[in-house]
Structures are given as structure tokens and as C-alpha cells.
Design a protein around this ligand. Structure first.
Ligand code: HEC
Length: 115
């Protein structure tokens, strides 16, 4: 197979793989293992502003121990803090376009579940 055809085939495989990984499983709390690219894009535009550098003591992405402590109070309590804001955490984390399932996936991602 020649170069360009190979690349197109690769792209097709990639596209199919992404399409298959968009399964939603909102019944399980914070156990989403796959984070969609669209969700990842929203995360980079909003949450990353603070949760990458720990601005105003925001829990760091990947700081599993810190996230476990926070998640221990239960999904509902944590989600309420995201929706309404808490201390320096702004309501909705500046993501007006985010759905509740997006927040679940983002939290699972930051808590390190997706690694
Ligand atoms: C302006 C900075 C900022 C942005 C933007 C931001 N956060 Fe936060 N976040 C914080 C800070 C600061 C805290 C710690 C608040 C505290 O407990 O005092 C926090 C805490 C949290 C918590 C833990 C809440 C709890 O109950 O312990 C979650 C979950 C969270 N953020 C999710 C998100 C998500 C999802 C986004 C993007 C949609 C986001 N944050 C965007 C600053 C930010």
C-alpha cells in the first residue's frame, strides 16, 4: 500500500475507535474510564485554567490522594460544589456548555481514573 492510502486507512481506524469509545455510563459514579475528545476540549478551555497549576489551591489533575479525599463525601456533594461553586471554585467551573455527564467524566479524569 502507498503512503497516502495508508494514512487514510489509519484515520479511518482512529475515527472508528473514537466513535466506539463514546459509550455513556452515568449510572456508575466516577467510573467513566474513557473521556471523550469533546469533553477533553471543554476541560482544557475551563477547568485546566486552575486544576493544572493548582490556582487558589484547586486540587491538581492526577493528585489521586487529594481527589479521593474530596470524592469521599459522595458524588452528589462534589457535583453540587461544581454546579454552585465552592470557595475559589467558580460555579460550573467556567464551563457553561458542560453537561452533568461532562463534569462526571472530567472529575474521573482529574482523579486519575482514566490512567
Ligand atoms: C478559577 C479556577 C477554577 C476553575 C476554572 C475550575 N476550578 Fe474546580 N476548583 C477550584 C478551586 C480553587 C477548588 C478548591 C475549592 C475548595 O475546596 O476550597 C476547586 C475544586 C473543584 C472540585 C472539588 C469540589 C469538592 O467538593 O471538593 C471539583 C470536582 C472541581 N473543582 C471541578 C472542576 C471542573 C470540572 C472544572 C471545569 C468545568 C473546574 N473545576 C474549573 C478552582 C477552579
Amino acid at each position: 500500500m502507498h503512503g497516502p492510502a495508508k494514512i487514510i486507512l489509519l484515520l479511518l481506524i482512529l475515527l472508528t475507535a473514537t466513535a466506539c469509545s463514546t459509550s455513556q455510563n452515568s449510572d456508575q459514579a466516577f467510573t467513566n474510564t474513557s473521556i471523550e475528545q469533546s469533553v477533553m476540549a471543554k476541560w482544557s478551555r475551563s477547568c485546566a485554567l486552575c486544576h493544572v497549576d493548582g490556582v487558589a489551591y484547586a486540587p491538581l489533575v492526577g493528585d489521586t490522594a487529594e481527589w479521593q479525599r474530596r470524592l469521599a463525601k459522595g458524588e452528589q456533594a462534589v457535583l453540587r460544589n461544581v454546579l454552585e461553586g465552592v470557595n475559589s471554585m467558580p460555579p460550573l467551573g467556567y464551563c457553561m456548555a458542560c453537561e452533568i455527564d461532562d463534569f462526571r467524566a472530567m472529575i474521573a479524569f482529574m482523579a486519575g481514573d482514566s490512567r
